[in-house]
Design a protein around this ligand. Structure first.
Ligand code: SF4
Ligand code: SF4
Length: 297
């Protein structure tokens, strides 16, 4: 296990999403092993990837842990720049046991890669220890509100402690408590943490600076404000303009360092940010290369 300080230095220097300069030279892979989700965000249509971290509109294949490992190994061999191996969906990684199985395999076979997970935070307080045990070094938690009333507008339902569906203010209160508690626990456990927030005009825009301020107080390392992609409940909501997004990042940046190079990648993205390679094609080429070498040897 790395010390919290050395982990922070390493991730902040090498993870393409935490480091503006590293993203030109270091890539990442998202392994799509997590189809289930435990909440329903008002801006998500479930047949697509988790839009808290990924771009909707392109369905991912779902891989088993073994399939994910073989693709990760093949892609790392072919694309020499992979620094981070993450799980970002297509649902919530912490709602899927395959996430932990995959992370365990990755840790064993690609120990130098930065293990990375993105979550809506609902299950986080129960799984921080499991994430650390599986070798995760960086984490993204999507937090869209500080007030339960605002969260109640954003989330259609949230899975409650007994598996029931909570709605309205009760759902908002429960989810926020889990997200903020989980964030503090993750920081205390030595993970490098980014908070993602979806900017929904006229719904949570006035709360984004408070999220940045509180996240900084809780020890988060980065804040990534994502413009709303209108769909589901918010399909008629006009997303923020680039100028509004820029101004919001500037305001929130006085509390917490802002990420401004997010590409809202697919849950099966791989390669450098903005220069995505197709994971299946890379894995196929890697297999063809092995077969070619076997044939000529
Ligand atoms: Fe969709 Fe992700 Fe929200 Fe789940 S957490 S509802 S997959 S955006
Ligand atoms: Fe990084 Fe954003 Fe892509 Fe996630 S969605 S891997 S934070 S660039």
């Amino acid at each position: 296990m790395h010390s919290a300080r050395s982990n922070e230095r390493y991730v902040m220097a090498n993870h393409p999403c935490f480091s503006e300069s590293a993203h030109h030279v270091s890539g990442r892979i998202h392994l799509p092993v997590a189809p289930e989700c435990n909440v329903q965000c008002g801006y998500c249509v479930r047949k697509y990837d988790c839009v808290n971290e990924s771009r909707p509109g392109v369905s991912s294949v779902v891989l088993s842990a073994d399939e994910a490992l073989s693709r990760a190994v093949a892609v790392c061999e072919r694309v020499g720049t992979i620094a981070a191996i993450g799980i970002a969906g297509p649902g919530d990684p912490l709602a899927n046991e395959a996430t932990f199985e995959t992370l365990g395999l990755i840790r064993r076979y690609q120990p130098m890669a930065i293990g990375c997970v993105s979550t809506n935070g609902l299950a986080l307080p129960d799984r921080v220890a499991d994430l650390v045990a599986a070798g995760v070094r960086s984490l993204t938690v999507t937090i869209n509100a500080v007030m339960p009333e605002t969260a109640a507008e954003i989330y259609l339902w949230v899975t409650g402690p007994g598996g029931e569906r909570l709605r309205g203010i009760e759902a908002g209160r429960f989810l926020l408590d889990r997200q903020w508690t989980g964030l503090r626990m993750a920081v205390d456990a030595g993970l490098v943490v980014k908070v993602n927030s979806v900017f929904i005009p006229a719904v949570n825009d006035f709360e984004l600076p408070a999220i940045a301020q509180l996240a900084a107080e809780y020890g988060a390392h980065k804040h990534n404000i994502l413009p709303l992609i209108p769909q589901n409940k918010f399909r008629d909501t006009v997303p923020p303009t680039p100028a509004e997004l820029h101004a919001m990042r500037a305001e929130c940046g006085s509390y917490l360092s802002q990420m401004s190079h997010c590409k809202q990648c697919r849950a099966d993205a791989c390669g450098l940010l903005g220069e995505d390679k197709d994971m299946e094609t890379e894995a196929l080429f890697a297999r063809m290369g092995e077969e070619y070498e076997e044939a000529v040897c």
